[in-house]
Design a protein around this ligand. Structure first.
Ligand SMILES: [Zn+2]
Length: 137
């Protein structure tokens, strides 16, 4: 018996993201069709092995066991893995840092999985706690 799914989602473990990610997955037809890899800093581990390279190991298993064709990388603002919002001089600087992290991780993953579509997203936590998940070009 084999079972496959379409995607792997690499997200931060941060509990604040839960409802927004559920909604994002539903809106993108990912619910029940996605391996969810939840780790502090999300793309950070791909770039600097801050979590021992765990993401690479999980993605390898996801590809091997479930033959995924898409990887969704999802960083978020005010992420403790990057020192939180206060580590940046501005919201723009924080945003750019996450874009750079996503681009770096995507390049690494594309070299490993040339046939897999890599999507880059940022879950933007607003000051009122609301969250908007945005695609990064
Ligand atoms: Zn985080």
């Amino acid at each position: 018996m084999s079972h496959t799914c379409s995607a792997a989602l690499v997200r931060c473990m941060d509990f604040r993201l839960e409802s927004a990610i559920e909604e994002y997955m539903a809106n993108n037809k990912l619910t029940n069709d996605t391996d969810v890899i939840s780790i502090a800093g999300a793309a950070k581990d791909v770039n600097d092995q801050s979590m021992g390279g765990a993401v690479a190991g999980q993605l390898a298993l996801s590809k091997k066991l479930h033959d995924i064709n898409t990887i969704v990388l999802m960083n978020h603002t005010d992420c403790g893995g990057y020192g939180g919002r206060s580590a940046f001089e501005s919201r723009e600087a924080e945003w750019q840092n996450h874009v750079d992290a996503l681009n770096g991780a995507a390049a690494i993953l594309k070299a490993t999985y040339p046939d897999v579509t890599i999507k880059k997203t940022i879950a933007d936590i607003n000051d009122d706690g609301s969250i908007e998940i945005k695609e990064v070009a």
